[in-house]
Design a protein around this ligand. Structure first.
Ligand SMILES: Nc1ncnc2c1ncn2[C@@H]1O[C@H](COP(=O)(O)OP(=O)(O)O)[C@@H](O)[C@H]1O
Ligand SMILES: [Mg+2]
Length: 218
């Protein structure tokens, strides 16, 4: 799926003052490309990713997935669209605290997934856990994991449904060098299978892997 942003503005209200975070952002991310969004902390990376994911509304502007404007869908329609097409890693990872690693990863295939059969997804989930060094942790709860382990579980969860759109907020934060490399390789290989991918990072570890790099100025 192609992602297109048209005239995206985001203004937060702080008391009586307006805080302009995004000002007229226009871009197209072609199907099967990896865009890396860079910028200092506070430059608006998470704000933009959440808008692209349909988790937050722009003050002005439109987001399209192919020909569909997600800005015009209601919350239920957006949730449905995300569930079947979009994998997301938010900055706080967002694991469900009362589910184990394995249950967190398989949560979505219990609800619905249109591209992958349940058996394939379970098998792929196992492979991802293995690949990310999490196999021995699959029955643990998130509260027993380190920050880097939580991040990797969230990455496995986002990838397991082979989503057409993958949106990741700082997926390599808290990871050691080996894991940073592993995660970028997984992201690249997912992109090469035809997914459209956007990754925000404040580290310059993406050079080798990105098709396009965009720098958000403050
Ligand atoms: N919900 C919110 N309400 C008000 N201000 C916010 C909110 N979310 C983010 N901001 C502000 O918007 C700016 C951009 O934040 P963010 O998108 O998280 O940047 P980044 O991810 O690049 O660090 C920051 O100044 C932040 O304080
Ligand atoms: Mg952020």
């Amino acid at each position: 799926m192609e992602i297109r942003l048209e005239h995206i503005h985001k203004i937060y209200k702080r008391g009586s003052r307006q805080h302009i975070v995004l000002k007229d952002i226009n871009m197209t991310i072609p199907t099967g490309k990896l865009l890396v969004l860079e910028g200092k902390s506070g430059s608006g990376k998470s704000t933009l990713l959440n808008i692209i994911a349909g988790l937050s509304k722009p003050t002005e502007g439109m987001v399209y997935y192919d020909k569909t404007s997600i800005s015009w869908l209601d919350e239920c329609q957006k949730a449905e669209l995300r569930r079947s097409n979009v994998g997301i890693v938010t900055q706080d990872s967002g694991l469900v605290p009362y589910l184990t690693v394995s249950e967190n990863i398989n949560l979505l295939n219990d609800i619905c997934n249109k591209h992958v059969t349940k058996a394939d997804q379970l098998a792929f989930g196992e492979k991802l856990l293995e690949n990310l060094g999490l196999a021995s942790l699959k029955n643990e709860y998130p509260s027993n994991l380190s920050g880097g382990e939580i991040k990797r579980v969230a990455i496995a969860r986002a990838l397991v449904g082979k989503p057409k759109i993958l949106i990741m907020d700082e997926p390599t934060a808290n990871l050691d060098k080996d894991n940073v490399e592993k995660v970028w390789k997984l992201i690249r290989s997912h992109t090469d299978q035809g997914s459209t991918v956007i990754v925000a990072t404040h580290e310059s570890d993406a050079n080798k892997y990105a098709d396009v790099r965009v720098y958000l100025k403050m």
